[in-house]
Design a protein around this ligand. Structure first.
Ligand code: MEV
Length: 298
């Protein structure tokens, strides 16, 4: 028996556009996936995490086994406190945790870089054309600026951000949303290029605002980013409703995070108490969520 962990994340700026070359900013959250493995006659998977991962899990496990050239079969069990509600990188965290568990089982001493690349193979089963941001975050955590096929760098946060993470209650169909954006781009090339430029500007202004601790600016950039995500068709009524309730509760900014089409939203609060107040308002409307302080110690 061996086990491994992978971290959850939120994307503050740049999801979807990151698939098409725009930088994106991701921040690690405390919640993590834990995978336990046990040698078995044949491959099997169980989970004690609410919401559980889609059926593609077995394909993801197989992709990882193939990438690591492992022929043995395992029973794979998922636990931990990272909800699989979508948008929080749970599939990537699962992949990284599995690679780490196999690393421990076979005493492979893999570097984080190799762990990340094996996990990416698993992510392909879940997401088709992943940018790699989720598995990178699940491997390293922290606060990063990520550019597809180029790599990532750690970024500085002046102070932690208090965020409310709220679930739409609808699993985010990330692969479908990524394909939808690709189709939008194909049909509306000029418009998409223009939106991509705007997303890049948001990310670069976002990096500066994070370094300066300018939370008003971070909030308005989140709203601008949400407008771009709506324009490419990845928001949903439930995402929009959460954003509206959070705005009415005084959030400094709101957006969906991750794949959209459901999944999760994030709302920026001025401090921990304010975050709790926003969460309470969301709960009054029967949305589930939690408060997280991101960027601590980055
Ligand atoms: C999903 O967490 C983030 C997306 O940008 C997809 C990807 O980058 O692979 C929607």
């Amino acid at each position: 028996m061996a086990n491994g962990i992978g971290y959850g994340k939120i994307i503050l700026f740049g999801e979807h556009f990151v698939v098409h070359g725009c930088p994106a900013i991701a921040l690690g959250i405390g919640n993590k996936a834990i995978v336990e493995i046990q040698k078995a006659e044949k491959l099997s998977y169980t989970s004690e995490v609410k919401g559980t991962l889609p059926k593609l899990t077995t394909a993801a496990i197989q992709n990882i086994m193939d990438a690591m050239q492992i022929k043995d079969a395992f029973h794979v069990h998922l636990k931990g406190d990272l909800p699989t509600i979508g948008g929080l990188g749970s599939s990537a965290a699962f992949c990284v945790a599995l690679v780490r568990a196999l690393n421990e089982e076979y005493q492979l001493n893999l570097t984080d870089e190799i762990i990340n690349s094996h996990a990416y193979e698993g992510e392909k089963a879940f997401h088709g054309n992943p940018s790699g941001i989720d598995n990178t975050m699940a491997t390293y955590g922290g606060a990063i600026k990520f550019i597809r096929d180029k790599g990532f760098e750690s970024i500085k946060l002046h102070s932690p951000l208090y965020l409310v993470v709220a679930s739409t209650g609808i699993p985010s169909p990330t692969a479908k949303m990524v394909a939808k954006v690709a189709a939008f781009k194909e049909k509306n090339t000029k418009v998409f290029d223009h939106l991509l430029d705007s997303a890049e500007k948001i990310v670069s202004e976002g990096v500066a605002a994070l370094a300066a601790g300018n939370i008003q600016k971070i909030g308005s950039l989140m709203n601008a980013n949400q407008d771009l995500l709506s324009a490419i068709g990845v928001s949903s009524e439930r995402n929009d409703l959460i954003n509206r309730v959070a705005t009415e509760a005084g959030a400094l900014g709101n957006k969906l995070t991750g794949g959209g089409g459901g999944g999760s939203c994030i709302a920026l609060a001025s401090d921990e108490n304010h975050a709790q107040q926003i969460l309470d308002k969301l709960k009054e409307k029967r949305f589930k969520g939690f408060v997280t302080a991101v960027g601590k110690g980055s």
